[in-house]
Design a protein around this ligand. Structure first.
Ligand code: CTP
Length: 403
């Protein structure tokens, strides 16, 4: 599948800390996604990971000497700063941060940071006591002011066996990868906007261990949340615990199980939102009374009395002010007629119609074929595409309704 990093050039600086081993995974992920990586290492970084590891993964020699002997024709220390769409330093040590904040450039990574003209992303990693040192905090504040980007550090276990947990752990390679994609994504039309997305299938219990649910995986909702983040939005993802896989990074996650919990979460966030996208497959019914104890098998034939859940989209349509609202419709018959009725009945701007019986749109898959319905417009039938691409199309359509 095409990644946003396909064909992009990532300059990666590795400085000396145990988290340098995670830079290996980051490199592998970027290369797998079709990105080109060139690695710069400080002398201390080479104590933790061999340059050969990176040169093997990237297919390019690692730059680690400022003044190699014999000297090459081009001055080596100036080359790295002139290559790449983004410069990522992972891990970034306290020493490296201090050098860049103070305009020092006495090794390859710090010289590159001084010469580089594109976005710079630092993933700090250090002992929590060092991270909390006011010298480090001052340096970080100065770099933020100059427009350098940071990811992490996170709270968690440290790399050393005897180190105490605290804030200082480098962000995981997957999160750094996501942040690189975000920084390189060109269209930031949702900047300074709040977007609320729901994802996954709700579960409605009828006893402490059993529930009624449906086959939604949550992948499309995750893709919409992730894409809204790439496009600059502040994203709140109301996600059911049944949704599969890791949720996207960089978005605020609100975990829910039932339709009632999802309704509460939407109602709390909706008043300050600019956009609500209800991707979740909300159960339409729940048990009228859930049994407090596990229902025993010897009950024989079991009849469940079900009552409707609250229609969250309908509530939003009734209580909207300036918010843009997008709903999904999952239809197996009379697709367009039914979906258009939802557009009007629920007072929403866009309905994204999904036919799960089509071979390109199966539950849990990575691709989807959507038809976009808007009032007064002919249905827009999109071809099958990745859920991420479909999310981008939907967010661009929704943008047209922003006040
Ligand atoms: N939805 C909702 N609250 C519910 C049920 C659905 O907010 N209790 C939202 C879904 O998230 C989706 C849209 O309504 O965005 C359409 O859901 P769908 O199940 O296809 O339609 P329904 O309105 O439930 O109608 P029907 O079951 O008759 O098709």
């Amino acid at each position: 599948m095409m990644s946003l990093l396909t064909g992009r050039r990532i300059l990666l600086g590795v400085t000396g800390g145990i988290a340098a081993y995670k830079a290996v995974y980051l490199t592998r992920e970027i290369v797998r996604a079709g990105g080109e990586v060139r690695v710069l290492m400080s002398a201390a970084a080479k104590k933790f990971v061999a340059p050969l590891t990176f040169s093997t993964l990237t297919g390019h020699p690692v730059l680690d000497e400022m003044f190699p002997d014999p000297a090459p024709v081009d001055p080596v220390h100036l080359l790295p700063g002139q290559w790449g769409d983004i410069f990522v330093i992972a891990p970034a040590t306290a020493d490296f941060i201090g050098k860049v904040a103070n305009g020092l450039a006495n090794d390859i990574p710090s010289a590159a940071a001084m010469a580089f003209r594109g976005p710079i992303l630092l993933a700090p990693a250090m002992n929590p006591r060092m991270w909390n040192n006011s010298a480090v905090q001052d340096n970080v504040a100065r770099l933020r002011l100059r427009g350098l980007h940071f990811i992490g550090p996170e709270r968690g276990d440290m790399g050393g066996v005897h180190e105490q947990a605290g804030i200082g752990r480098m962000s995981e390679p997957a999160a750094i990868f996501d942040r690189i994609e975000e920084l390189l994504y060109p269209d930031k039309c949702w900047m300074n906007r709040r977007v609320v997305v729901t994802a996954g299938a709700t579960c409605e219990p009828f006893d402490p261990v059993r529930f009624i649910s449906n086959r939604s995986s949550g992948k499309m909702g995750d893709a919409v949340a992730r894409q809204a983040r790439l496009m600059g939005a502040e994203v709140f993802l109301i996600r059911t615990n049944s949704a599969i896989g890791e949720p996207p990074s960089g978005v605020e996650i609100i975990k829910v199980d039932t339709a009632a919990e999802m309704a509460d979460a939407v109602k709390a966030l909706f008043p300050t939102a600019d956009l609500l996208i209800m991707v979740a497959a909300v159960a339409d019914w729940r048990a009228k009374t859930a049994s407090a104890g596990k229902i025993k098998k010897h009950t024989g034939i079991l009849t469940l009395e079900l009552e409707p859940t609250e229609d969250i989209l309908l509530w939003a349509g009734k209580n909207r002010q300036e918010q843009v609202i997008v709903g999904f419709a999952l239809e197996t018959d009379d697709h367009i007629v039914n979906a258009r009725r939802k557009l009007e009945d629920k007072n929403v701007d866009i309905i994204a119609l999904n036919d799960p019986t089509s071979a390109d749109s199966v539950f849990g898959g990575d691709s989807i074929r959507l038809t976009i319905l808007k009032t007064y417009c002919e249905p827009l039938e999109l071809p099958a595409m990745s859920k991420r691409e479909a999310a981008a199309r939907l967010l661009s359509e929704a943008y047209g309704y922003l006040k």
